[in-house]
Design a binder for this molecule. Sequence first.
Ligand SMILES: Nc1ncnc2c1ncn2[C@@H]1O[C@H](COP(=O)(O)OP(=O)(O)OP(=O)(O)O)[C@@H](O)[C@H]1O
Ligand SMILES: [Mg+2]
Length: 374
Amino acid sequence: MPSSNDAGTAARNDVSPAAPGDIPAEPAGSAPARPDSPPTGATPRTPGPGATVAAAVEVDGIAKSFGEVHALRGVSFRAERGTVLGILGPNGAGKTTTVKILSTLLRPDAGRAIVAGHDVRQDPAAVRRSIMMTGQYAALDLNLSGRENLELFGRLMGLSKSAARRRADTLLAEFDLVAAGRRPVHQYSGGMRRRVDIACGLVVRPEVVFLDEPTTGLDPRSRQGVWELVNALKEQGITVLLTTQYLEEADVLSDNIIVIDKGTVIAEGTADELKEKTGGSYCEIVPLDPSELRRAAGALGDLVPPAVAADLDGSERMSIPAPEGAATLAEALRRLDGAEIRLADIGLRRPSLDDVFLSITGHSGSTERTGEPR
Ligand SMILES: Nc1ncnc2c1ncn2[C@@H]1O[C@H](COP(=O)(O)OP(=O)(O)OP(=O)(O)O)[C@@H](O)[C@H]1O
Ligand SMILES: [Mg+2]
């Protein structure tokens, strides 16, 4: 399996020198990268209903099986130019498979996908010239410094020596890596490596960026850095497809969200629309003693949906649907009081994206994992 950056590198060997201080435009002789100018050489296609401008990513019924495993069973969605699309789903839902197909690391068995105006099956090289992918796969040379990695990427992509150096300087500054720039990458923290990895993918300005769990395992500060990066990409008109296991991240960063489960799209909309669909309010219960959470769930009985009851481990609070609002809250209080469970807090609130996720997939979205992201 080639790494993401190998794919990007292989396809981007005809790059014109970059101006410092700005992400360089697309390779010479290729499609212009500006989001407001349609790419040349794009596969002709009919826009979907109501669409006036071609989307940055259009996916229509893609399917992919690995032997007996049907990883994708007809996935369709679109991401408009310059927006962030959050792709959510429980482990094994098909998120990485989707991202790999769109970045041409895998071929779909069926369906059509257009990325930056290019068909992933008919013109994978053009797709690769238009994209950047990073996140679950790092492709850095750990013995080189951050600066050397960036310069190497620039040179591989056809920049002159001085242009590659200028671009490396700009990116080191943008990613807050100036001080660490000359140290070998193996001395970097996980968050710093992730930032260099992402910076390498930005040596040439992509039209679409795929970030597959870019913040998994990062500390809060590094995570914040990636959030800023996503917003910076968006401000530059770059389309971002982001998978994440942190639903708050999808909530904050995404313009639109699709939820994939068992290889199909089961919900889509803005975070607010998804919350609206889940409907009603939620009652959040925080026992004074977190180890009492399971006993509290027992006391609440039928107020606790099975998916919530199955997902209490390691949590200090639980959220239950409150279809009757204050009446549900009063009933919950009465039952908890009857079981003599002391509370740190209880209250009504709007559904969070976690509630939405749990109610439509039956899985928690924020399962902490150990080790490296998959
Ligand atoms: N190369 C492969 N060979 C066999 N099965 C695969 C392969 N890649 C993925 N799968 C299977 O396809 C399904 C979808 O996997 P995928 O990696 O796309 O899920 P995901 O949503 O990214 O999960 P996670 O949240 O764990 O990263 C899973 O059942 C997985 O085991
Ligand atoms: Mg994955």
